[in-house]
Design a protein around this ligand. Structure first.
Ligand SMILES: [Zn+2]
Length: 258
């Protein structure tokens, strides 16, 4: 049977010239070529396209939905989230504390994440502890406290917490509103023990609340999917467990279950 796949972590490629529609079409074609049914595009304020243009471009594809990036410290953060969801058609909120350099322990973060919960839309938060994020004070506990403070908000912790994957997994087990995505980390850490730890984490979670993602354009859609399938196969993840990682858990998290 053909594998059904949802990619829960994508960006538009700002290396593609011209308006956002160009990058959107390129992404849509790439997903189609790889039989990926749906993709979640994470808007980024650092990219050159205005948020309205990104929203408009995403409507050109049945395959794509978007999460709007808001900085919790911007004065109009709450209005920006409401505008993104209600007017522009985004389906959730993207937070990038590493790139936008703010501590997630700040009460303004919980306020915005709580509002997303009230609006019944999910939140994706970057959690890749690279050198910058480590020096800014990355701590898995801050994610846990945030999830605990916002129990009605579905939170997707991106990149599985990178090399802190075991801590993130143990915390996620105590936080029913948290899911983890596999993007970037699973392939970035190939050749290290972290890959085994991430896959152990998937198993330990009973293959629930873990979502496949590529973090395209960091790596191509095809390379990411094929590379990930190799790692799943090496770890003997097959059948229903594999389906949950690639498809069913995302269906559930995003509320798309048929
Ligand atoms: Zn990303």
């Amino acid at each position: 049977m053909k594998k059904r796949v949802i990619d829960a972590h994508l960006h538009l490629d700002s290396g593609i010239e011209g308006p956002a529609i160009n990058a959107t079409q390129e992404l849509n074609n790439s997903l189609a070529q790889n039989n990926i049914e749906k993709g979640v595009v994470l808007h980024l304020q650092v990219q050159r396209w205005p948020v309205e243009e990104v929203a408009e471009a995403l409507t050109s594809s049945d395959r794509l939905v978007g999460m709007v990036n808001v900085h919790p410290f911007q004065e109009d953060a709450e209005q920006a989230l409401c505008y993104g969801i209600e007017e522009l058609g985004f389906i959730g909120l993207k937070l990038h504390p590493r790139l936008q350099e703010y501590p997630i322990a700040d009460p303004r973060v919980a306020k915005l994440v709580g509002l997303a919960g009230e609006m019944n839309v999910p939140v994706v938060i970057d959690a890749f502890p690279d050198g910058d994020w480590l020096m800014q004070g990355f701590d898995p506990l801050d994610y846990a406290r945030l999830a605990k403070a916002c129990p009605n908000t579905r939170i997707q912790i991106a990149h599985f917490g990178g090399q802190r994957c075991i801590d993130m997994m143990l915390l996620a087990k105590r936080l029913p509103n948290v899911s983890l995505d596999l993007s970037f980390s699973l392939l970035y850490f190939r050749g290290s023990s972290v890959v085994g730890d991430i896959l152990y984490g998937c198993k330990s979670m009973g293959y629930s609340r873990v979502l496949y993602g590529s973090d395209y354009p960091d790596r191509s859609i095809g390379d990411s999917l094929n590379g990930s399938l190799v790692e799943f196969e090496k770890a003997d993840i097959t059948g229903n467990d594999l389906d949950r990682l690639l498809y069913a858990n995302a269906q559930e998290f995003y509320g798309w279950s048929e």
